[in-house]
Design a protein around this ligand. Structure first.
Ligand code: HEC
Ligand code: HEC
Ligand code: HEC
Ligand code: HEC
Length: 339
């Protein structure tokens, strides 16, 4: 009986762990602990999500501009009418395949802006062009399309909202700052459950130790350290990697001897912050209440929104190469200018 209880207790304790065998891949000098540990079963689940949809062949960038053919084109006026129509069909497949064109349009008048999703989608077009042209230090030439985040659904499967304060029980003073409330955001650890508001919306220092001595320079609090670890757990989870993918664990602070991925991640943090401040937050009034979080804020972007468990979204496949019109505003071809 005691053995049985011991076995059951062991099972209960271990049920939070992942079952072996695991795969290990060395990715730094031997003996430095620079290895990635993968669970092949999790890898399979992630792989299923990284398949790329087939692109409709492009009709080419020649011919009249969309701005000449349609009535109310504010962003895509520079592309050909053929490309425009192909893009409408593609964004429908990427964002609202079950709902179709009416998800964003009043079918009686495609030019009118009465459906809120169309207003959001217009801003999303600008955001996508911004990512692909201004953030190449992160997305390189691989770039993103609507599909990178949306994957065939109107709401990307990974978004975040601000979380309510979590006061201690009635007999205690103060605020837990989101700690000790196991939350999937921080892989069910006791770290603060909202590391995003300080770092991916605000620009607090992502640091556990001060770089200068007391009394003047040392402004790093324990709270900031906890937030930092919370964010780091998210980075690892969102990309499906261990800490050593970006750090040489000899020193987490030091940049020396770190894999180049850490620099990429540094830019990624700035990019996510800028997308949330410049695009998502200003859309607050456009979104209906039922799309907002407990605190009335809009859904926002973190690393998982694009990466969805992979070290590179879609394992590095570029959909952008088939949709150069999502990169930047192009000058009109000469034969149009001649007309
Ligand atoms: C995810 C939202 C979304 C979906 C789905 C969508 N559209 Fe659009 N559509 C837009 C946006 C945004 C614009 C305005 C683009 C701009 O301002 O540059 C637009 C503009 C248009 C226009 C130009 C109307 C005019 O005269 O100004 C046409 C035509 C059009 N869409 C057709 C379609 C068709 C056909 C489908 C379905 C195959 C479709 N759209 C699906 C967002 C969408
Ligand atoms: C970097 C990630 C990202 C990219 C790229 C992106 N979106 Fe979004 N999109 C979001 C997030 C986050 C939301 C907010 C989810 C919500 O509606 O609650 C959103 C919301 C939307 C909505 C509103 C959906 C609804 O039902 O409320 C539409 C429509 C939309 N996006 C269209 C597009 C189109 C079209 C593109 C490509 C031109 C695009 N998005 C590219 C992240 C992205
Ligand atoms: C995808 C890359 C990536 C992964 C994975 C990652 N980190 Fe980081 N880490 C960074 C970057 C980039 C910074 C610097 C952030 C900044 O300054 O904006 C950082 C900063 C830190 C710091 C702060 C150092 C200081 O200056 O005080 C600590 C501590 C840290 N990481 C620990 C971890 C731990 C623990 C893990 C695993 C749970 C982890 N990191 C996983 C990229 C990563
Ligand atoms: C708008 C979508 C998007 C968001 C948001 C995003 N990434 Fe990325 N990330 C990409 C793309 C696309 C690539 C592939 C670039 C390439 O091919 O080199 C990439 C590549 C990376 C790489 C390089 C991987 C490697 O093995 O070379 C790291 C590290 C990374 N991202 C970390 C992050 C972190 C950390 C965050 C959140 C703070 C983040 N990303 C947010 C789109 C995104």
């Amino acid at each position: 009986m005691r053995v049985l209880i011991a076995i059951m207790a062991a099972m209960a304790v271990l049920s939070g762990c992942e079952r072996p065998p695991m795969d290990a891949v060395q990715h730094g000098y031997r003996g430095t602990g620079m290895a990635q540990i993968y669970n092949p079963r999790t890898t399979e689940l992630v792989a299923a999500k990284q398949e790329v949809p087939v692109a409709i062949p492009s009709p080419g960038s020649e011919g009249p501009r969309a701005s000449q053919v349609f009535k109310n084109v504010q962003v895509l006026g520079d592309i050909s009418a053929g490309e425009f129509t192909r893009l409408m069909v593609s964004i429908t497949a990427w964002v609202a395949p079950d709902q179709g064109c009416v998800y964003c349009h009043n079918p009686a008048n495609f030019a009118e802006d009465t459906v809120y999703t169309k207003v959001v989608a217009r801003r999303m077009l600008q955001m996508t062009r911004d990512i692909n042209s201004q953030w190449t230090q992160h997305v390189a030439q691989t770039g993103v399309t609507c599909y990178t985040c949306h994957r065939g659904q109107p709401i990307p499967s990974a978004v975040w909202f601000k979380k309510k304060d979590a006061p201690y029980g009635a007999n205690f003073m103060g605020d837990k700052a989101g700690q000790n409330t196991p939350d999937p955001t921080v892989n069910l650890s006791s770290l603060p459950y909202d590391p995003f508001t300080p770092f991916l919306l605000g620009n607090e220092n992502i640091r556990v130790n001060a770089t200068t001595a007391l009394p003047t320079g040392n402004r790093q609090s324990i709270k900031q350290a906890e937030w930092t670890y919370g964010l780091m757990v998210h980075l690892s989870q969102a990309l499906g990697v261990n800490c050593t993918y970006c750090h040489n664990t000899r020193s987490f602070q030091s940049w020396e001897g770190n894999p180049p991925q850490r620099v990429k991640a540094w830019h990624g943090i700035r990019m996510a912050r800028s997308l949330n401040n410049d695009y998502m937050e200003p859309l607050t009034a456009t979104f209906p209440d039922h799309r907002k979080g407990d605190l009335g804020d809009v859904a926002k972007i973190n690393c998982e929104t694009c990466h969805q468990g992979a070290y590179k979204p879609l394992y590095g496949a570029s959909m952008l190469k088939d949709f150069p019109e999502l990169k930047e505003v192009r000058p009109a071809p000469t034969q149009v200018a001649k007309k």
